[in-house]
Write a protein that binds this ligand. Structure first.
Ligand code: NAD
Length: 488
């Protein structure tokens, strides 16, 4: 299996490499084999990318927003045309089942580019009347060069969610994909060029955390947007803060999913499975603490078990496969360690928990979809982000009790509620301290809705008009139409 790109980086409209950079091997998580060899960026590559972005941004910012938007919408169209090819690359890079990447990954990037390409022309400042002549107005101006730093679970989606609002608002971007999944952002860069994006506005540089830090700390860079873990977010936010830079942080979570007695059982089970097993559980917003009310508990658990046991694990490129491997060996060890921790803490391993033996995939990082019951709030499996297909089921009896327990976490990315009682659904969601919430569904993230977290889960928002605000700065202008009254 090979997926070697033309070169490691994409700068100023072309592929470039610098073989002095640290080797960066791309591993197919289903087999452990190396499918591409790249190089991390050297300081020279970082400089080239930032300079290309700086130079290109000046004219781009002067363009009519509707014209910028048209290029983004064209890129969305090409992404859709190349959907199957990009989905395959994404599956090789992440190990996610092709039945997911075909519908979710390039598609989500395309939706974001289309959304921002469409709305930007209608996103403008205000007119403020001071009465009798003078007035004020505001302008939404770009920040300049923005850095995007991606996680490995949704590589092309992350690149699209960051570049869409950045470019629409007249910024340039240097994007560093996760070192685990460097491939698809290069395809997005090619697509932008084909769509007519002027050279230098979207650059991709590869590398580990040190390259991310070099980009975030670069004097020319005005904003940094990270998707990643809380420890990384803290470091980058501190660096950005020390230089008074704008920052958006999309970080981890341990989100609650609350299922009330009156919920539709099939929908609640489907929601809980989506909230824990999609992308092999490697989703930041996953509802990994599933609180189930006493009256529905047995029915819910029976159907959940039945449906979970039917999940087809295996070859990610087989369209019938529903769950692929985890991203790499380290993540596999982390997830299997947490399964041991859960058992040792006294939770009941209700379902899964093993490492499946799959013919032809001995070197892969597979783990079974896993359900723990009898989970207590203080257990580590109920408090720490595992980032794998490990669901904790907890029982509850009262609404006020579950709200308190759901909020008892340092995180605040997401939450979900399943109930047919709409007043209760809205009442509970209003009480939950989380940024991205669902009622009677889970994990849908259309670009029209802001996405991001409360508390340790992040700062700022991706998607929606909120993202355009985070990729721009507001200029206020006072206009006098009469004489200047001065006491001097
Ligand atoms: P990570 O924090 O290890 O890495 C994220 C990115 O940051 C990578 O590109 C990495 O190279 C870079 N990086 C690491 N150290 C850096 C530094 N000091 N300066 C600058 N950049 C640095 O996270 P990961 O393991 O790739 O992703 C998993 C985490 O991401 C999970 O915690 C998950 O919840 C979170 N996540 C959040 C969202 C969201 O939108 N909230 C989405 C996906 C993943």
């Amino acid at each position: 299996m090979r997926a070697q790109p033309k070169a490691s980086h994409y700068i100023n409209g072309s592929y470039v490499d610098d073989e002095q950079g640290k080797p960066l091997d791309v591993i197919y998580p289903a087999t452990g084999e190396v499918i591409a060899r790249l190089h991390a960026a050297t300081p020279n590559i970082v400089e080239l990318a930032v300079e290309a972005a700086r130079a290109a941004q000046i004219e781009w910012a002067r363009m009519r927003p509707a014209d910028r938007g048209r290029i983004l919408r064209k890129a969305a169209e090409i992404l859709r045309e190349r959907n199957d090819e990009i989905a395959r690359v994404e599956t090789l890079d992440t190990g996610k089942a092709i039945q997911e990447t075909l519908v979710a990954d390039p598609a989500s990037a395309a939706e974001a580019l289309e959304f921002f390409g469409g709305v930007v022309a209608g996103y403008y400042g205000d007119y403020i009347d001071f009465g009798g002549g003078p007035f004020g107005y505001t302008r939404r101006e770009p920040l300049g060069v923005c850095v995007g730093i991606g996680a490995w679970n949704y590589p092309i989606q992350g690149a699209g969610w960051k570049s869409g609002p950045a470019l629409a608002m007249g910024n340039a971007m240097v994007f560093k994909p996760s070192e685990n999944t460097p491939l698809s952002a290069l395809l997005l860069a090619e697509i932008f060029t084909e769509a007519g994006l002027p050279d230098g506005l979207f650059n991709v540089v590869q590398g580990f955390g040190d390259v991310g830090a070099a980009l975030a700390g670069h004097a020319v860079v005005a904003k940094v947007s990270v998707t990643g873990s809380v420890p990384t977010g803290r470091k980058v936010l501190a660096l950005a803060g020390s230089q008074m830079k704008h920052a958006t942080m999309e970080l981890g979570g341990k989100s609650p999913l609350i299922i009330f007695d009156d919920a539709d059982v099939e929908n609640a089970v489907g929601g809980a499975m989506l909230a824990n097993f999609y992308s092999t559980g490697q989703v930041c917003s996953n509802g990994t603490r599933v609180f189930v009310q006493d009256g529905i508990y047995d029915r819910f658990l029976d159907r959940l078990t039945e449906r979970t046991k039917k999940i087809r694990i295996g070859d990610p490129l087989d369209p019938d496969t529903q769950m692929g491997p985890l991203i790499n060996k380290a993540q596999h060890e982390k997830v299997t360690d947490y399964i041991d921790i859960g058992k040792n803490e006294g939770a009941t391993l209700h379902c899964g928990g093993g490492v499946p033996k799959l013919q032809g995939f001995d070197g892969g990082f597979f783990v079974e979809p896993t359900i723990f019951t009898d989970v207590k709030d203080e257990m580590r499996i109920a408090r720490e982000e595992i980032f794998g297909p490990v669901m904790s089921v907890l029982s509850f009896s009262r609404e006020d009790e579950v709200v308190t327990r759901a909020n008892d976490t340092e995180f605040g990315l997401s939450a979900g509620v399943f109930t047919q009682n709409l007043p209760r659904a809205h009442r509970v969601i209003a009480e939950i301290k989380a940024g991205s919430c669902w009622i009677n569904h889970y994990n849908l993230a259309p670009p029209e809705l802001p996405f991001g977290g409360f508390k340790q889960s992040g700062v700022g928002r991706e998607n929606s008009l909120a993202a355009l605000s985070h990729y721009s700065q507001l200029k206020a202008v006072y206009v006098e139409t009469g004489d200047v009254e001065s006491p001097y």
